[in-house]
Design a binder for this molecule. Structure first.
Ligand code: PGA
Length: 258
């Protein structure tokens, strides 16, 4: 990335993995393994809800930030099984993932519910990481850009340009998640540029230049460098490779510019 206004972000999405002991061991190993003083990208870990408070405690004094994997749009009430923005903040979160493709695919997440969650996150002062991405069938039928445009427009519906300053977009081609097949740096750059232009159209050039667009889908220590070197790729959302301190630190250290 070349715009110094955008500090790269490396986020580790642990998904439905690790219990308390393993979560604490992982973040301790991460914190110990970072160079000191740490001057690289912004780092975020996104554990399961049940581990948030212990991880938050274990991260005290480290530069690593904490995020939730989802949130509900209501502040509180009779919503069994849901987690509110306040719950996340109370547990130490500063960030939240919204609209991950697994939520869209398995749990009925739609652009409309992504929009509600995004508004709730912004209202609560949480940094939203909104995930978008096309499936293999959509890519093969040349629908990639149409799908991304619909997802982005739907997510940002009714938001003012100023609301978008803290937004992070994660472009995650669904066909690249957990498959070992990642988009080439050029393929990803092309899509990131398209998203940035779309953001300029939906808000303003200034905002579009500030919003970080990170890439996700089989990011590993051996492909991060080339991905992160692309002009419009501002970091990565990492799944599988974030579950090992060794590989996650290599990914963090693979982001050279900031
Ligand atoms: P992956 O997952 O790195 O295991 O492909 C990325 C994600 O789903 O966020």
């Amino acid at each position: 990335m070349t715009n110094p206004q955008r500090r790269p972000l490396i986020a580790g999405n642990w998904k439905m993995n690790l219990c308390l002991k393993g979560s604490v061991a992982l973040v301790r190993a991460l914190a110990d393994g970072l160079s000191k003083p740490f001057e690289g990208p912004e780092i975020l870990v996104v554990p399961p809800f049940t581990a948030l408070s212990v991880v938050s405690e274990a991260l005290k004094g480290s530069p690593i930030q904490l995020g939730g994997q989802n949130l509900h749009w209501e502040e509180k009430g009779a919503f069994t099984g849901e987690i509110s923005p306040e719950h996340l903040k109370d547990a130490g979160c500063t960030h939240v993932l919204i609209g991950h493709s697994e939520r869209r695919q398995y749990f009925g997440e739609t652009d409309a519910t992504v929009n509600k969650r995004l508004k709730a996150a912004l209202k609560a002062g949480l940094v939203p990481v909104v995930c978008i991405g096309e499936t293999l069938a959509e890519r093969e039928s040349q629908k990639t850009y149409r799908v991304l445009e619909t997802q982005t427009t739907g997510a940002l519906q009714g938001l003012q340009a100023a609301d978008l300053k803290t937004l992070v977009i994660a472009y995650e081609p669904v066909w690249a998640i957990g498959t070992g097949k990642n988009a080439t740096p050029e393929q990803a750059q092309e899509v990131h540029l398209f998203i940035r232009k779309l953001l300029a159209h939906l808000s303003s050039e200034t905002i579009a230049r500030e919003v970080r667009i990170i890439y996700g889908g089989s990011v590993k220590p051996d492909n991060i460098e080339l991905l992160a070197a692309q002009e419009d790729i501002d970091g990565a959302l990492v799944g599988g490779a974030s579950l090992s301190a060794e590989s996650f630190i290599k990914i963090v250290n693979g982001v050279k510019k900031g």
